[in-house]
Design a protein around this ligand. Structure first.
Ligand SMILES: C[S@@+](CC[C@H](N)C(=O)[O-])C[C@H]1O[C@@H](n2cnc3c(N)ncnc32)[C@H](O)[C@@H]1O
Ligand SMILES: C[S@@+](CC[C@H](N)C(=O)[O-])C[C@H]1O[C@@H](n2cnc3c(N)ncnc32)[C@H](O)[C@@H]1O
Ligand code: SF4
Length: 388
């Protein structure tokens, strides 16, 4: 019997933001005028139609609406979108549906509408509570609005709330970073994503870098912040992701466990496995037209929305799989590594001998699991896996 396909998720991208943040390399754009909600809705469903043949007969386990700023779209937009998707693919009974929201774009009635439309997890991009850091990041909201947004979300019935915080910010000291964590914890989130600010190519911060904390302060922030979160009952399950028990993001877990996902919307990417009549797996990555205007025009184009696609070759699987799985603090069972990569466990063990000796790995041979040192130097660890 052929091995079962991995779980299927759906990523939906909305590409607009009130203002582009200087550190951000996501596919986000300031709109020219009114948001084209109706045409974007139509385009998203046609985009999904183009991917349906790859997902026929499968059920969607999780949906993640990212951006950009999805909270710029109205609740009706999502209600119609979910109705359209459900007509094409069934939803799992306990489906997790996350939406990202910017605290500068929220109001009570909207949150209630999002909840009623079926969104059951909210991810708020708070980043910091300090005026100086929010200003340096070019954010459109203050700390107070972030606190209000969490209250509005709870009042609307959201019982699964994530807060995104960033650290290593311009002018940030360890005590300011800890104060951000404390203020976030005081809001009792279910999940906290704690990202170190990175200077990404093609951003304003890359061409005009801000002054960042010294290396030593960055280490202190990392170490002290990690301790503070664990003391508060948050378990770190991925490099930057902390959750209360049972509140891990199912969508992100599926990515990291090398599950399948459809990606619709401007610049969205997807990964899909299909089985041929001989029972062989074929994995393909595909990505969609990136510029919002060009994406909308593609709706009338017989080439469709796909900007590119590429199969993942068998010899790329060890690295592709490990890049994701090793981000998880629990790592992955050796037999799962073998099942996903099609390689015998001995092949992996041989490659990892030196990495283990260098202290980058925790447990062998039952599990492939990075040590705390390995999580810090993930690229070094991955180099051992990709080296033939
Ligand atoms: C697409 S944005 C989230 C939603 C919303 N647009 C917002 O910013 O409020 C995803 C998250 O990635 C993080 N992020 C974006 N750029 C980053 C960077 N250069 N370094 C570290 N984290 C970054 C931020 O925490 C941000 O909330
Ligand atoms: C940056 S994470 C933010 C997670 C957030 N902190 C939370 O816990 O809700 C957003 C998710 O959207 C996915 N994602 C972002 N941009 C995407 C794109 N263009 N195509 C497909 N997936 C994308 C990421 O891989 C990830 O699963
Ligand atoms: S609001 Fe979010 S997606 Fe938009 S530019 Fe800022 S960080 Fe990027």
């Amino acid at each position: 019997m052929a091995k079962p396909l991995p779980p299927l998720s759906l990523y939906i991208h909305t590409p607009w933001c009130v203002r582009k943040c200087p550190y951000c390399d996501f596919n986000s754009h300031e709109p020219d005028g009114e948001l084209p909600e109706a045409t974007y809705l139509k385009a998203l469903l046609h985009d999904l139609d183009g991917d349906l043949a790859l997902a026929a007969g499968r059920q969607i386990q999780t949906i993640f609406i990212g951006g950009g700023t999805p909270s710029l779209m109205s609740p009706t937009f999502f209600e119609r979108l979910f109705n359209g998707i459900r007509r094409r693919l069934p939803f799992a009974p306990n489906i997790e549906i996350t939406m990202e929201a910017n605290p500068g774009t929220t109001e009570q009635a909207r949150f209630t509408g999002y909840r009623e439309a079926g969104i059951n997890r909210l991810s708020l991009g708070i980043q910091s509570f300090q005026p100086a850091q929010l200003k340096a990041l070019g954010r459109i909201h203050g700390g107070e609005e972030a606190i209000t947004a969490v209250g509005q979300a709870r009042a609307a019935g959201f019982d699964n709330i994530n807060i995104d915080l960033m650290h290593g910010l311009p002018g940030q000291t360890p005590s300011l970073a800890l104060d951000d964590i404390d203020q976030a914890l005081a809001l009792s989130p279910d999940h906290l994503s704690w990202y170190q600010l990175t200077l990404e190519p093609n951003t304003a911060f890359h061409s005009q870098p801000p002054v960042l904390p010294e290396e030593e302060a960055l280490w202190d922030i990392q170490e002290l912040g990690h301790q503070r979160l664990e003391q508060a009952g948050f378990e770190r399950y991925e490099i930057s992701a902390y959750a209360k028990p049972g509140k891990q993001s199912q969508h992100n877990l599926n990515y990291w466990q090398f599950g399948d996902y459809l990606g619709i919307g401007a610049g969205a990417h997807g990964k899909l496995t299909t089985i041929d009549p001989q029972g062989q797996w074929h994995i393909e990555r595909r990505w969609k037209t990136r510029q919002p205007d060009a994406y909308l025009r593609r709706d009338n184009d017989p080439r469709g929305f796909v900007a590119g696609k590429q199969p993942i070759a068998a010899d790329e699987l060890p690295l592709e799989f490990s890049m994701n799985a090793l981000r998880l603090t629990e790592g992955v069972a050796m037999h799962a590594w073998s099942a996903h990569t099609g390689q015998p466990q001995e092949a992996l063990l041989a490659r990892l001998h030196t990495a283990a000796k260098k202290g980058l790995l925790m447990e062998m041979p039952e599990k492939l699991r990075a040590s705390p040192q390995g999580l810090l130097f993930l690229n070094e660890l991955l180099a051992f896996i990709s080296d033939e």
